[in-house]
Design a protein around this ligand. Structure first.
Ligand code: PLP
Length: 396
């Protein structure tokens, strides 16, 4: 008996997709990790979290270890509201749901808004796990290109207008990472932000704004789409993974109360009382504005080191976008198949993610790669780029 024959058709279809995590390279020992979108280990507050765990258990004994959880779960919601205020977003309790990271938030949104018939619009390239999630629910995915100013909203408008002329359905939502995008590091301009909100209104779709890197600006912040949203079109997704610790799995969705209500209906994780209560204690003990200054300074310096190493070690034909925040630099090397180059790079002791994994149609991404400056220290970044430069030269 084949157990798989019991799966419904939509699950069988989803299981034919590229397997999750296929893009994670198998690393040789001592490889310099320029592929990892992980926070710098030194910035993950393990000692402070240890203190938070101890004081939580001393104060509440076994309470946060039970189903009932801890009153601190409610406190965390208030603390997240403060973080949202910093992003220009003011919400009520019914408009906010704490999730297990941004990934669960995206999955819940997809689950309640998509089925095989519905259409989702994505940026091209985009965050590959979001792509994996959407492909679990629908094959009807429209890719909208990104340039150095973020999502090309004029192309989006052309596509929407043409679909309307041809009597085709609109997307149910657009998934965008307008600020320090993964993988391109680009930020959508103020004009394009305004434009995409107007399009959502005139073509009647939601916008899922993924703000996972939004607080990691090196210079100034643009208003979030949610802060500009007058018509309740935007579902704003956030996370503490990139600014506190990804293993804590704390993220959120904020948006129209009906969507929050439906998402909560399907979220059967019982709110991870221990993680949420620990995070509440950690946040109560932390001056977050000071913490953010350290994060921004550290990542700005690492980014500057990576960019200057690229100038020094990469051939002239290679080009890249200069990010204004976040974790990533997106590079193009004309006529080089970056996924083939990866094997050689790994044997030289440096990793990256081939661009193809960030595209719905992988052939669009063959000449691109994503580098991350977040994880390694500055010395390793320079050495990693020196090695990468050698590998690129050998492939020209
Ligand atoms: C754009 C984007 N959204 C969401 C996530 C996932 O965040 P979380 O760890 O909160 O699930 C990532 C992590 O790489 C990301 O790059």
């Amino acid at each position: 008996m084949s157990v798989a024959s019991f799966f419904p058709e939509n699950i069988k279809v989803a299981l034919k997709n590229i397997p999750p995590g296929e893009w994670i390279p198998e690393l040789p020992e001592d490889c310099i990790r320029l592929h990892s979108g992980y926070p710098a280990p030194a910035l993950v507050p393990d000692e402070e979290l240890k203190v938070a765990v101890t004081s939580l258990l001393e104060e509440e004994q076994d309470l946060p270890l039970h189903y009932l959880g801890s009153p601190k779960i409610l406190k965390l919601k208030e603390q997240i509201k403060v973080r949202l205020e910093e992003r220009g977003i003011s919400v009520s309790g019914e408009e906010l749901l704490i999730t297990s990271g941004a990934c669960q938030a995206i999955d819940l949104i997809a689950r309640i808004l998509l089925d095989e018939e519905t259409i989702v619009a994505i940026e091209s390239p985009t965050y590959m796990e979001a792509l994996e999630i959407f492909q679990n629910y629908t094959k009807r995915i429209i890719s909208i290109p990104v340039d150095k100013h973020g999502l090309q909203t004029d192309v989006l408008e052309e596509i929407l207008a043409e679909r309307k002329r041809n009597g085709l359905a609109n997307p149910r939502f657009l998934y965008t990472i307008p600020t320090f995008q993964n993988p391109t590091g680009t930020t959508m301009t103020a004009e394009r932000r305004q434009h995409v909100l107007e399009l959502a209104d005139s073509y009647n779709f939601f916008i899922v704004e993924d703000d996972a890197y939004g607080e990691l600006s090196f210079y100034k912040n643009l208003p979030t789409l949610k802060a500009m949203d007058k018509k309740s079109r935007v579902l704003h997704v956030g996370s503490l993974s990139k600014i506190v610790a990804p293993g804590m799995r704390i993220g959120w969705i904020t948006g129209a109360s009906e969507i929050i209500h439906a998402s909560a209906w399907f979220k059967k994780d019982l709110n991870h009382p221990f993680a949420q209560a620990t995070m509440a204690v950690f946040l109560a003990n932390t001056d977050f504005e000071v913490k953010l200054l350290t994060l921004r300074d550290t990542y700005w310096a690492k980014c500057a080191v990576l960019l200057s190493a690229l100038e020094q070690y990469l051939p002239e034909s290679a080009s890249w976008y200069v990010p204004e925040g976040g974790y990533f630099v997106w590079m193009k090397i004309p006529d080089v198949e970056t996924s083939e180059m990866l094997t050689q790079a790994l044997s030289e002791g440096v990793s990256f993610i081939p661009g193809k994994y960030f595209f719905m149609d992988q052939t669009d991404g063959t000449e691109f790669l994503r580098l991350s400056f977040s994880y390694e220290d500055e010395k390793e970044i320079v050495e990693g780029i020196r090695r990468l430069g050698r590998v690129v030269e050998a492939n020209l």
